[in-house]
Design a protein around this ligand. Structure first.
Ligand code: ZN
Length: 465
């Protein structure tokens, strides 16, 4: 049998429609043709005649500007058409892209891809665990498979799975079907960390589901709670190998959806979560070092601006010492620190420029300790050390701290703009807490706060419940 010819394409974005920011063309990293490069998770060129077309990705942010999306889509489809005839297309998607004036981006893109490659080519897509999959998108693609871990440590594995299913379907002349069941349930990602119940056992079940005869794959996507779309929310789907297996796949997906529904009351944060004052009080009283606090309302990993100063202000007001705030995005402030120079002092109007709804720039006198021009500045304000970054960043990996020349484990308190924590942050934390702070990724709609104690529990019925 000749090698199948498969194009690689995709536009990936997690759109937070509660953000006042917009995602424009300049926010996308665009790879064309050979720039897409070899991926070790994919079968080698000896097996497949790969036709890399266009892959674009932007960090989570506000809704995607229509002109930016349409230009990317037009070029992607043009490159696919130029690569025809194709046996298949492997799509790298996120699944929570929302486009100005269009709505669900993946549905629109998948329909465009189908038109460009014709009805016979097979389309297989890799999605994020936070995808808001629509029924039309599920019906337009032949195979869709989503990550099974949050934090996502299996992104490459998921892409490899999407490719393997596609190659097998082509070799065996299968016409797979995605059998989707959506649940009337909207959960923030913080309530479905996959080493924590109930997500842990629900995700483990996927491996059993895909072992049924005639089933190619099984997925559970939590969805992106901050995308205000008709399809936002939890969905589960099984991929039937072909039409005769569709009824069984749908019945299994329905049964699994009922299991998820029965367990909906168990979804919740994997760490104590509460109002900022009680979180700080507990952190200061803790014997553990460091206490890592998630500034959850301003999480750039889910579209937060990453520049609110609420927690910094609270630490300064309380006269806390031994704290590290990592970090605040402010290119102007990094520039001001560079001009002042290391070892000098500077007066900053810090943060509050990207998210203007959750605070204002904070007037602050700082000692500049380290600058990496165009990247970051490390400064000290009273007892608090602070990393200021030039771009919106989630400082969740060791490399970020090495670049800043800091060891976060040496601090009493480390504040990070994140929701659920990365493996690195979990590894260094003596204790982990999550603060209900303001911002585009606020967790308040998903929580009930006890007024007497300030601690939060999951809202019954999920988001807004
Ligand atoms: Zn995700």
């Amino acid at each position: 049998m000749p090698k199948p010819r498969i194009a690689i394409a995709g536009i990936g974005h997690e759109s937070n429609t509660y953000s006042t920011r917009m995602t424009g063309r300049a926010d996308f990293r665009i790879l064309r043709g050979p720039e897409i490069g070899d991926d070790a998770s994919l079968p080698a060129a000896a097996e497949v005649d790969w036709a890399p077309a266009l892959v674009a990705y932007a960090a989570p942010n506000g809704i995607v500007a229509r002109d930016a999306y349409e230009a990317l889509k037009a070029e992607l489809l043009e490159r696919l058409s130029a690569a025809t005839p194709l046996d298949g297309v492997l799509l790298r998607l996120h699944g929570a892209m929302e486009v100005e004036g269009i709505g669900d981006g993946e549905t629109d893109l998948l329909m465009g891809v189908r038109d460009a490659v014709g009805p016979d080519a097979l389309v297989s897509g890799r999605l994020d665990l936070h995808a808001n999959l629509s029924p039309l998108a599920a019906a337009t693609a032949d195979v869709l498979t989503a990550h099974r871990t949050a934090p996502h440590v299996d992104a490459r594995e998921t892409l490899g799975r999407a490719a393997r299913h596609l190659i097998r379907a082509l070799a065996d002349r299968l016409r797979p079907r995605n059998c989707l069941v959506k649940l009337p349930l909207r959960l923030p990602g913080e309530f479905a960390v996959t080493d924590h119940e109930p997500a842990r056992s629900l995700y483990a079940r996927l491996v059993e589901l895909e072992c049924h005869p005639g089933i190619l794959d099984a997925s559970l996507a939590i969805g992106c709670a901050w995308t205000d779309s008709a399809h936002a929310g939890v969905g589960t789907w099984l991929v039937a190998e072909s039409e005769p297996h569709q009824a069984r796949a749908l019945a299994l997906a329905q049964e699994f959806a009922e299991t998820i529904w029965r367990r909906r009351g168990e979804f919740g944060p994997d760490v104590p979560t509460g109002e900022l004052p009680v979180v700080l009080e507990r952190a200061l009283a803790s014997a553990q070092r460091p206490v890592v606090i998630a500034d959850s309302g301003d999480n750039p990993g889910a579209g937060g601006a990453g520049d609110t100063t609420v927690v910094l202000e609270a630490l300064l007001a309380a006269g806390v010492t031994g704290a590290l705030v990592a970090g605040i995005a402010d290119a102007e402030a990094v520039g001001a620190c560079c001009r002042a120079g290391e070892g000098e002092s500077a007066t900053l109007a810090l943060g509050g420029k990207l998210d203007r709804t959750s605070g204002r720039p904070l007037e602050l006198r700082v000692e500049v300790e380290r600058v990496v021009p165009g990247v970051l500045a490390v400064v000290r304000a009273e007892g608090v050390r602070l990393i200021i970054t030039s771009s919106r960043s989630q400082l969740s990996e060791e490399s970020h701290y090495l670049e800043a020349g800091l060891d976060p484990s040496a601090y009493r308190i480390v504040v990070v703009k994140c929701g659920y924590m990365s493996s690195y942050l979990k590894g260094i934390a003596g204790e982990r807490l999550m603060a209900l702070t303001p911002g585009f990724t606020t967790l308040r709609p998903a929580c009930v706060v006890d007024r007497a104690t300030g601690w939060a529990t999951p809202a019954p019925g999920g988001w807004g419940g």
